[in-house]
Design a protein around this ligand. Sequence first.
Ligand code: PLP
Length: 352
Amino acid sequence: MKIGLAGMIPHNSTWITAEDREAVDSVLRSGWIAQGGKVRDLESAFNLINDGGESCFLSSGTAALAMALRGLNIASGMKVALPTYACSALLNAVYWVGAIPVPIDVRREDFILNHEEVPSDVDVVIVVNMFGVFAELNEFRKKDLKIIEDCCHSLGGRRKSDYKNTEADALIYSFYATKIISGGQGGLVWSRNRECISRIQDYRQFDCRIDFEPRFNFQNTDIHAALAFSQLSRLEEIRIRRAQIAERYLSVLPEGFSIQSKLMNPDGMIYRFVISAPSSSVRDTLFAHLLSWGIQCIIPVERYELLHRYMGINPGLFPVAEELAGTTISLPIYPSLADCELDLICTALRAF
Ligand SMILES: *Cc1c(COP(=O)(O)O)cnc(C)c1O
């Protein structure tokens, strides 16, 4: 039984089973807790998920973004397009490799970076499968630029069951506590480009090297890998439970509210159930209403978190992101949400 803060239903919660605990304990008993065989097992699992290619497990999703850029030879002075309605990890990773971030507005209907606004002189684009909705990568392919697909929200989903799952040059994932699969912390880069992954593998570990080149320590441990690997075996179960919760919310969506188009993709992973209110004041009223019922929601991306605001660029140039930040609210959706909690949230939504 999970107990929320002061009896509240939390917006997010972990799902740790006896098998997960045993997987971690067996690493602790083994005498090898640093990067080792469990890291390699996790990497192999991601190669299977992506139908080939190679993977590199790292300390975080942010490190994975920075390493994907570096692996694809994105360096000082090069331009990286990225959605302004996203996680600030993207901006940090771009600055980390010394490149120039080019924030782009998203589309109203699916919250995905608007490919029509990507200038022709950028070298790479980071596309986020926002809240689980897949971006159409062929729209970017026409532009002759490299693509990094941020799959932190879409792990476990399939674009279409009969189609190669990605056209991107590199994919990145996060295993932070609140993500689909958690290792506590962690990240991973996957690519079919062997050179890209070799560069990352070389860079992630500075120790015991014959030659000297500037490298770093972006390794992760077998403890984190074993926890993530154990959870990975439940990926389909997680996907189905999240879809069930989303169906329930959809059936009681308050009047005037809408959801992302394509969120209810039968093959997709729903990471967040984000609803858009007709206005900021209605959004704020619903937020307070749910809180009074003991239900904790979040504003998935606050105005101040929009990347163009962090960069000090005129907000008027990003009308959709500004609107979404002002009108959206994210409802609790995670596999350990109990049926009685789900019933209560649905009752509260109907009462609004
Ligand atoms: C969480 C997240 C990241 C960063 O991952 P960390 O492991 O927290 O560093 C990057 N992109 C997206 C879309 C995320 O949700």
